[in-house]
Write a protein that binds this ligand. Structure first.
Ligand code: NAP
Length: 305
C-alpha cells in the first residue's frame, strides 16, 4: 500500500485567498541573495523516461547551487503524471505551507503535471533563476469518526475521497449543513475538490469546477432510486462554509480511497467533508489557464486563446 499520512487535528491556518502570490521563499531569496538557496526534491513515477528526467533536473539544479532536500523542500517536483503529483502531495501533506509543487508529465498533458519534457530546459532555468509565484487550490478535508471513543482520523485530499464497500451497497443518511438531506443507497459516493473534478468525479457525471472556487462536489455512484429509496440523483456542489456529514445505516466495512490511497474502516460513526483550511500551492512560471488544460485534455489540442 502506498504512503498516506494521517493528519493531526492541530494544524497551522494557511492563507485564505486562492489567487496567485509570490512564495515566502522567493522573498527570502531576494533579500538574502544566493547564500540561502531554494531546496528542492524530485519524485519520479519510476519508469525509465521519468527517472532519466529526474536525474537531469537534479543535476542541473544542483549545478545552479540549489540544494536537494527530500525532507524539507521548498519545491517538490514530480516527474510522471498527475498520479505522481498526487504521491508528491501526500508525501508533503504535513508541510503544505512550506512546500510548493510542480509537475513534469512524461506521458500526455496532465492537469497537475503540466510541463512537458521538451520544456525541461526552460523549466530548469525558471526554477533556478527566477522567484516563483504560487497559485493555490482548495483541498478536501475528510474526518472519519469511529463508533467507539477512539480518536477520529483526518485526511486531506487533492482530488477526492471515494467511499464504497465490498459488501453490497452502502446506506448513508446524508446531512448538509446540519440538516438531513437524503438517505443514499447505492455503490458509493465521490466527494471531490475543484481540481479533482476532472478526475473520478468527471467519470461519474460530475461538473468540472474551476479551482478558484472554494467548493466541494458530491457525486453519486449508482444510487438506487425506486419507490422505497430516493436520492437527488444529480451532483451537488457545496460552498466553503457548508459541511456534509454521512452517517452509515448498515454495518459495513468501508473502502475509503483518498486520491490514490485506499484504506478500510469498520465501525464508522460518521464521515465529515468540507473545504479544508489548508491549500495546495503550485509553483507557477507561466500562465496555463485551467480551461485550456480542460480543452486540451478532453476536447482537442487546437485551443485558441
Ligand atoms: P490510475 O487509476 O493509475 O490513473 C487515474 C487516471 O486519472 C490517470 O490517467 C491520471 O492521470 C488521471 N488523473 C489523476 N488526477 C487527475 C485530475 N485531477 N484530472 C484529470 N485526470 C486526473 O490512478 P492514479 O494515477 O493513482 O490516480 C488516482 C486517481 O485516479 C484518483 O484520485 C481518481 O481521481 C482517479 N480515478 C479515476 C477513475 C475514473 O475516472 N473512472 C476511477 C478511479 C480513480 P495521469 O495519467 O497523468 O497520472
Amino acid at each position: 500500500m502506498r504512503k498516506c499520512q494521517r493528519l493531526s487535528t492541530k494544524f497551522k491556518r494557511p492563507r485564505k485567498s486562492s489567487t496567485v502570490k509570490k512564495s515566502k521563499k522567493d522573498k527570502r531569496r531576494n533579500h538574502r541573495g544566493v547564500d540561502k538557496q531554494m531546496k528542492f526534491s524530485i519524485l519520479s513515477k519510476g519508469d525509465k523516461k521519468s527517472n532519466e528526467i529526474r536525474t537531469k533536473i537534479k543535476s542541473y539544479l544542483t549545478e545552479f547551487k540549489l540544494e536537494y532536500d527530500e525532507e524539507e523542500p521548498d519545491l517538490a517536483i514530480s516527474v510522471g503524471g498527475d498520479g505522481t503529483l498526487l504521491e508528491a502531495f501526500h508525501t508533503y501533506v504535513h508541510r503544505l505551507d512550506q512546500t510548493a509543487f510542480i509537475g513534469v508529465h512524461t506521458g500526455h498533458l496532465g492537469f497537475y503535471a503540466d510541463w512537458m519534457p521538451e520544456e525541461l530546459e526552460k523549466l530548469i532555468i525558471e526554477i533556478a533563476r527566477t522567484p516563483f509565484q504560487v497559485v493555490e487550490y482548495p483541498l478536501l478535508e475528510v474526518i472519519i469518526r469511529p463508533k467507539s471513543g477512539e480518536e477520529e482520523d483526518r485526511y486531506l485530499a487533492l482530488n477526492e475521497c471515494a467511499i464504497k464497500t465490498s459488501e453490497g451497497s452502502v446506506v448513508f443518511d446524508i446531512d448538509i449543513k446540519g440538516d438531513h438531506f437524503e438517505t443514499f443507497r447505492g455503490d458509493g459516493l465521490c466527494i471531490s475538490t475543484p481540481s479533482g473534478s476532472t478526475a473520478y468525479n468527471k467519470a461519474l457525471g460530475g461538473a468540472i469546477l474551476h479551482p478558484s472556487l472554494e467548493a466541494i462536489q458530491i457525486a453519486e455512484m449508482a444510487s438506487i432510486n425506486n419507490r422505497v429509496f430516493r436520492t437527488i440523483g444529480s451532483p451537488l456542489i457545496l460552498p466553503g462554509h457548508h459541511t456534509c456529514l454521512l452517517k452509515p445505516l448498515n454495518e459495513r466495512s468501508f473502502l475509503f480511497t483518498i486520491d490514490h490511497i485506499t484504506r478500510t474502516y469498520k465501525d464508522v460513526k460518521s464521515i465529515q467533508f468540507r473545504v479544508a483550511k489548508e491549500k495546495v500551492r503550485f509553483a507557477r512560471f507561466r500562465p496555463f489557464p485551467f480551461w485550456k488544460r480542460v480543452h486540451d485534455s478532453f476536447v482537442s489540442d487546437d485551443y485558441s486563446s
